[in-house]
Ligand binder design. Sequence first.
Ligand code: GAR
Length: 188
Amino acid sequence: MKIALFASGTGSNVKNIIKHFEKNKNVEIAGVFSNKANAGALLHAIEAEIPTYVFSNQELNDVNQLFKSIENHDLDLIVLAGFLLKIPKLFISKFEGKIINLHPSLLPKFGGKGMYGAHVHRAVLSANELETGITIHYVNENYDEGAVIKQFKTALTESDNLESVQEKIKLLEKTYFPITIEELTNKL
Ligand code: GAR
């Protein structure tokens, strides 16, 4: 089983996923792909001796070149782990049902364009939500609208702030994202 990770940010999820699959020899992380040359996610990959690929927004939309590096790997699953660009239609059609995303809220709440990272948590706090969580879902051509695979919740109290919500979400991501990916690969 071969998976690729797409990430734009610091890469705490990439780090957790790499660590998790070091113990599972049935799953190979074929590469970590990023649209940001300085993404922390790439450093975690380099440390683990996993190939890294950097591509521009234009290459993502113009896909031919990107397809080549991806198709060579014969991937079973593409995992968006903090990847912030929209995946173009053509790309999705090439990998139908094989791309999943992690979103830091209980979709359909607090999803859509511009809703990533701290923006999501601020919106959740402003709405005085009693709970938040993470959603792992298939990717379709609309931001955060693909079929939900799993959701995990955490309660909020009046004393929560941006920092505490971030910590709660990180804990859910660390606990559940790698095992959900593993469950999916077991079913493929
Ligand atoms: C994660 O919290 C992930 O849920 C979120 O970005 C963060 C990346 O953190 N993704 C989105 O907001 C997608 N809309 P990381 O770089 O430390 O893994």
